[in-house]
Design a protein around this ligand. Structure first.
Ligand SMILES: *Cc1c(COP(=O)(O)O)cnc(C)c1O
Length: 356
């Protein structure tokens, strides 16, 4: 009889499943979620909207009303198109699949967002990681050299980067885009609500640039909606590898409703930006901790022993992300999502105790 190991790819057999920690009973500061619930009246209104959705019908493959709202609210320039994904994770995978000619490469700064590398692996692209400098800023010279050497099909720049929080200077990005004339440069703006800087307005200025966004970090991680902004010439091709009904009816309805009330989410993001500043100052004041600058809703902090600090936080019922083993440049680093004020206080107290 045939066994899975006779059929499944060897590289898949040797992989492990993407690990998501069980956070039940913990202060959850590991996944860059917005900690604030919707105001009750708004949640009730949303409930009515969702109750009216026809669950028996397939979703619209290219929901025009939702796309128009996204364009208006997010400042998509005239002439640019929008392609929707089941989270930006799905867009990342679609881009890899569409570009996976034999021998094609995908290049990104490392440490970076793991899904870029995963998408390359799944689609059989070669992944080229270009290390950041020791202070986790972009090594633009190394990027330019690697692009010249490898001629990648795809270059990812997360703006700001995860898990470092770094917001690359525009001049560095311009240099990379110029060098990468033979590549598609994807600027991933998952953390735009916290960076308040964007390339969306400039997306048509270069023929080789698209901008990726998501509503996840803004407070809608559960609905799974990402979107790609760029010239129709690019998006038309990516649309061909999109599963036809990839964004479900409940997500479409919830997103349309929430875009009409985006001020609520933007207010929450502003509160988190203020919390980020307070938390960064408090962490910097802890002896033994050093904090990297962050334009996202998380802070990367280096401690003397990240395993010990992570476990001490777990014992205090606080879940963060221990990235200390993820890349040599992240040795002894923890990634702390900025939460609600009481959550941040609890995390800080536990970390202070752990560092004593
Ligand atoms: C969180 C994150 C995303 C993920 O997005 P989803 O839309 O939730 O799939 C994309 N890019 C980066 C850099 C992220 O940190």
């Amino acid at each position: 009889m045939t066994k899975p190991e006779d059929i499944i790819r060897a590289d898949v057999l040797s992989m492990t499943t993407y690990a998501v920690a069980d956070a039940t009973g913990f202060v959850k500061l590991d996944a860059m979620e917005n900690p604030f619930p919707l105001p009750a009246p708004l949640a009730a209104q949303l409930g009515e909207v969702l109750a009216a959705v026809a669950l028996n019908r397939y979703p619209e493959p290219r929901p025009a009303a939702l796309i128009e709202k996204l364009k208006a609210v997010m400042g998509v320039p005239a002439g640019a198109d929008v392609l929707l994904g089941n989270g930006s994770d799905e867009l990342i995978s679609m881009i890899a699949v569409a570009c996976a000619k034999p021998g094609a490469k995908l290049l990104a700064p490392v440490p970076g967002f793991v899904m870029y590398q995963m998408s390359a692996k799944f689609a059989h692209l070669e992944f080229v990681g270009v290390p950041h400098r020791a202070d986790l800023t972009l090594d633009t010279d190394a990027m330019v050299a690697a692009i010249a050497e490898h001629k990648p099909a795809i270059v990812y720049l997360a703006y700001p980067n995860n898990p470092t929080g770094t917001l690359y200077p525009d001049a560095d990005i311009e240099r990379v885009i110029e060098q990468a004339k033979g590549s598609l440069v994807v600027i991933d703006e998952a953390y735009q609500p916290f960076a308040q800087k964007s390339w969306i307005g400039r997306v048509l200025q270069y023929e080789n640039v698209v901008v990726m966004r998501t509503v996840s970090k803004l407070g809608l991680a559960g609905i799974r909606l990402g979107y790609l902004v760029g010239a129709p010439a690019w998006l038309t091709e990516f649309d061909k590898v999109r599963p036809p009904y990839n964004v479900n009816v409940l997500t479409q309805a919830a997103a349309e409703f929430m875009l009409e009330h985006v001020d609520v989410l933007e207010g929450q993001a502003a509160e988190l930006r203020a919390e980020r500043a307070k938390l960064a100052a408090a962490l910097a004041a802890l002896s033994g901790a050093s904090v990297f600058p962050s334009a996202a809703n998380f802070l990367l902090v280096r401690v003397p022993d990240s395993d010990a600090a992570f476990n001490a936080l777990l014992n205090a019922k606080v879940l963060v992300k221990n990235v200390g083993k993820m890349h040599p440049l992240l040795t002894n680093c923890l990634r702390l999502t900025v939460g609600a004020p009481n959550e941040n206080a609890q995390m800080l107290a536990a970390l202070e105790q752990a560092l004593k």
